[in-house]
Design a protein around this ligand. Sequence first.
Ligand code: NAD
Ligand code: ZN
Ligand code: ZN
Length: 403
Amino acid sequence: MSGNKAVAYKSPGVVEVIDIDYPTFELKDGPGVNPANIGRKLPHGAIIKTVATNICGSDQHMVRGRTTAPANLVLGHEITGEVVEVGPGVEFIKVGDIVSVPFNIACGRCRNCKERKTGICLNVNPARPGAAYGYVDMGGWVGGQAEYVLVPYADFNALKFPDRDQALEKIMDLTMLSDIFPTGFHGAVTAGVGPGSTVYIAGAGPVGLAAATGAQLLGAAAVIVGDLNADRLAQARSFGCETIDLTAGDLADQIEQILGVPEVDCGVDAVGFEARGHGKDAGEAPATVLNSLMDVTTAGGALGIPGLYVTGDPGGVDEAAQKGSLSLSLGTGWAKSLSFNTGQCPVMKYNRQLMMAILHDKVSIGKNVNAKAISLDDAPRGYAEFDAGAATKYVLNPNGYLD
Ligand SMILES: NC(=O)c1ccc[n+]([C@@H]2O[C@H](COP(=O)([O-])OP(=O)(O)OC[C@H]3O[C@@H](n4cnc5c(N)ncnc54)[C@H](O)[C@@H]3O)[C@@H](O)[C@H]2O)c1
Ligand SMILES: [Zn+2]
Ligand SMILES: [Zn+2]
């Protein structure tokens, strides 16, 4: 049996590549493992040799020390890999398959999974609905920024790519199917984007750029992306988005300059609870995005909110924010009959269709988010550059498939 190398969270601002155990078909005790999940048998699991595993803004919340993630938590929920071993309960996924793994872990057997609400599976996390690999409060499933990772309920969770060679050729696009492409697309769908829509997306990080790509696929007339980071706004313009520099003036005014009216049909929050206020030297102001989306989204419209909000944030700006309570002007949302759509993206609802769009050259998500492969050993550098606001989606290459 081989060993296993993985990226672990050590302390705020610090990640390290460490040695961990090769996966087994049982969930062992470890950092962040829910006690009721220890010793859980996983005959339905598959062991995956990682082909590509991406660093995400969701990881950054933990690495910045903005969650209750424990030290030594193995990170990584955006996993694409080759199946190297299957448990006795796996019927259809085979050794040698190249698969995309939704970041949500789902049993396929509970009420929510049956309704394709795989982000709130009832059977995988004893603490609350919904689980993920390598994430705080998500059950304790070992993360996949590693050479090998175990995927439970593999027949249900794994999406097999139809052809191995074709998959490896398009891997820098396909690797986005484990999270950000479906997540951004879900943000656009739940914001009500359709042919001819006008859309404002807050955040030009990878999720915002994926939402913009999704809005374009859905036929939006105008896709406007706002951020305070000039490089990321330039990345959004590189594939046809309009952009708004939030350091440089009022959001509604800038929307009016683009559309002729100070509002949009659909609003997407691709920022989350670490949002900054608008303006040049604005500090953190966690309700900014939600309140400004309520202001600029037309009455009767909808907000897609993939941006993450937490229930505990040790670094929150005030006591309320530390408990996840924000000062929302809900009256505005109520008066305008706005709909709100939050939560983990149920990746499985979209990943097959988006895979087909990639395989048939209908979309270049890897290029749009500026995907860049780096080695597993370089993960600490990738985390630091991403944290500093690089307009890059870092893809770790633990086993040399991307060379
Ligand atoms: N719901 C889900 O299933 C899901 C999945 C993946 C990621 N996420 C979440 O989506 C969010 C975005 O992820 P990412 O990887 O793109 O993160 P990121 O941190 O790279 O990007 C966030 C961007 O928001 C910008 N920003 C800050 N304040 C802003 C404001 N007021 N208006 C506009 N932009 C502002 C930042 O400059 C940054 O570029 C994160 O909160 C992440 O946790 C959710
Ligand atoms: Zn992610
Ligand atoms: Zn379930």
